[in-house]
Design a protein around this ligand. Structure first.
Ligand SMILES: C=C(O[C@@H]1C=C(C(=O)O)C=C[C@H]1O)C(=O)O
Length: 429
């Protein structure tokens, strides 16, 4: 049962010209204590402090979060002179991948600074405490060791999946055709980890990705699960991956990916599952016939941009609030598999680790039910010391979509390429 909300006083105003926060890069405004971020190409939202917080779990976690957030906003005293998506009341959210185990969190910051369409604003909730702007700390040397699932265990589980999965165009129509398996890696730094160090390095190297931090989960994801702005919804589905190899040019990698039957089938599962779950909410939905290639520093992905217009009644009565839509589309076949329930059971059996909030929806939601949720990929969970960040350990995750034609050795290399963004961001450079 969600706790009963205490009324919040929410004030949003445009930052005046002479305020240094108007021009400083968003990430540079963050204090070291529990920073919150959703930034892409320099725009987005950063937040800090905690005016309200919900921890929830289980299959109803999205509904519980939506109900709590809706009640909090309905009771709030709001003055918003900006009136853009992300102004007024805002919560940062990060959901567990699995129904069980794992906690999901919704955090309402005391301060949010937002930037959108060239407008910079600040939102305060209550009377925020001043936080000292301590300099960003470097992690020093970082040591790695296997996590709950080593690379060797991962290879074995992929090989087992390849044996079990139904081949394309044949086999049992109800059998699992795609499953996404992951493994983890533990990093221990010489110095306490400062999320801001990771955020800045990630944003510098992956500006087109969404650089996020919520409750110690820090990363830069290229995958947008769902964005809702009024009646408009949008998703960037990724599945099918290639990575740089010596002697192979970027164009060759891209054309190889577009011609790979295995990657195209992996991709089709992901794009179709997202579209199928979203369709009942939409008056119009546009799904590209063929994916395109998204080029990042560490990998290339097949990408589909799906857009839709929500039914007017769905948009108006709250059934299509972003957190409700998230319940419908998560887990897509980009991080679960096809068909979803059987694939999720196979993940429990073969992967057998607690993913926590890795590969769950992460992002923000505003008081009107708008917002952006990415899939928490290319990320690390920072260990918390005494309930606050500042520990020296982090758990990194990466996974790959497996189909009957997958090669276990290649999937180990692909997962290693997906760990690069965080490993590079942790490097003491
Ligand atoms: C699971 C991850 O990535 C997902 C799997 C992909 C694939 O298998 O090709 C591509 C992008 C993501 O949807 C990850 O980065 O950990």
């Amino acid at each position: 049962m969600a706790p009963s909300p205490t009324p919040l006083t929410v004030r949003t105003s445009v930052l005046p010209d002479d305020d240094p926060r108007r021009t400083a890069p968003l990430l540079e405004l963050l204090p070291d204590e529990a920073p919150l971020s959703w930034v892409r190409d320099g725009a987005g939202l950063v937040g800090w402090g905690c005016a309200a917080r919900l921890t929830t779990s289980g299959p109803e976690r999205f509904a519980a979060a939506d109900e709590w957030w809706h009640a909090l906003c309905a009771a709030a005293d709001v003055r918003d002179e900006v009136r853009l998506p992300g102004s007024g009341p805002v919560a940062f959210t990060s959901f567990a991948f699995a129904d069980r185990p794992g906690d999901s969190v919704v955090v309402v910051p005391e301060v949010v600074v937002g930037c959108r369409d060239g407008v910079r604003w600040i939102t305060t909730v209550g009377d925020p405490a001043r936080r000292p702007a301590r300099p960003v700390r470097e992690p020093g040397a970082v040591r790695y060791e296997p996590g709950a699932v080593s690379a060797a265990d991962y290879r074995r589980s992929v090989a087992e999946a390849v044996r079990i999965l139904e081949p394309a165009g044949a086999g049992d129509p109800d059998g699992v055709r795609k499953v996404v398996l992951a493994h983890d890696l533990l990093a221990t730094a010489a110095e306490p980890l400062d999320a801001r160090y990771l955020l800045r390095n990630l944003a510098a190297r992956y500006p087109g990705c969404w650089t996020f931090a919520v409750d110690g989960l820090v990363g830069a994801t290229p995958e947008l699960l769902l964005e809702r702005t009024g009646r408009h919804v949008r998703s960037r589905v990724l599945a099918g991956t290639s990575w740089p190899r010596p002697g192979v040019g970027a164009d060759e990698l891209a054309s190889g990916l577009l011609a790979s039957v295995k990657d195209l089938s992996e991709h089709a599962f992901a794009a179709e599952s997202l579209a199928a779950e979203l369709r009942p909410f939409c008056a119009a939905l546009s799904v590209p016939e063929h994916p395109e290639v998204l080029r990042l520093r560490n990998v290339l992905h097949l990408a589909s941009h799906i857009t839709g217009e929500l039914h007017e009644h769905a948009a108006d009565n709250g059934v299509a609030a972003l957190l409700r839509l998230a319940a419908a589309v998560h887990p897509s076949a980009a991080v679960g598999g096809t068909p979803t329930p059987a694939a999720v059971r196979l993940i429990e059996r073969l992967e057998a680790m607690d993913r926590g909030r890795y590969s769950g929806p992460v992002g923000w939601v505003d008081g009107a039910g708008n917002g952006e949720l990415g899939i928490a990929l290319r990320c690390a969970q920072l260990e918390t010391a005494d309930g606050a960040t500042g520990g020296r350990r982090a758990r990194l995750f990466a996974g790959c979509g497996i189909v009957a034609g997958s090669d276990p050795d290649a999937e180990v290399l692909e997962a290693a390429a997906k760990l690069r963004p965080i490993r590079d961001a942790l490097a003491d450079d």
